[in-house]
Write a protein that binds this ligand. Structure first.
Ligand SMILES: [Zn+2]
Length: 144
């Protein structure tokens, strides 16, 4: 006997606390790069960490100027988590000025064939965000 299936559409909503990273998410919404600097080794991480991934030291917030250089890119059509529409996206890894790691984000307002090596600047996201962490959005830097 063939099993019958029925379609069930479920929606789940809840209030998700931003906790330790509330300042970081607020800064992203303003187009500012709030990093974390380790009080033990002095390394600076963007996005920030509560504890240094190298030595566990406590990281304190520090503002970066938001500029960086694209070190790699991936282009695809996708729907970001918690959003409704598919769109063309350029995902990038950016070496931020003043940070010791690379930041994962999206590049917008870029029409070139190859973004690797492009100087970029963190900006406030203009596209819909499903989660504030998706607010790591870069534009080409005005000064090239
Ligand atoms: Zn450290």
């Amino acid at each position: 006997m063939r099993e019958r299936t029925i379609r069930l559409d479920l929606t789940l909503g809840y209030d998700h606390g931003t906790g330790t990273f509330d300042g970081y998410f607020q800064a992203l919404a303003d187009g500012r790069a709030l990093a974390g600097r380790c009080g033990t080794c002095g390394r600076t991480w963007f996005p920030p960490h509560a504890g240094c991934p190298e030595d566990g030291g406590v990281c304190e917030p520090v503002d970066l100027d938001g500029h960086g250089v694209v070190v790699s890119e991936t282009r695809t059509r996708t729907r970001l988590p918690f959003t409704d529409e598919d769109r063309e996206v350029i995902f990038v890894l950016v070496a931020m000025a003043g940070a010791d790691n690379t930041a994962f984000g999206r590049l917008e307002n870029f029409s070139g064939a190859n973004a690797t090596g492009e100087r970029v600047r963190l900006v406030a996201a203009m596209s819909p965000l499903g989660h504030p962490a998706q607010g790591v959005v870069f534009n080409p830097a005005e000064d090239g």
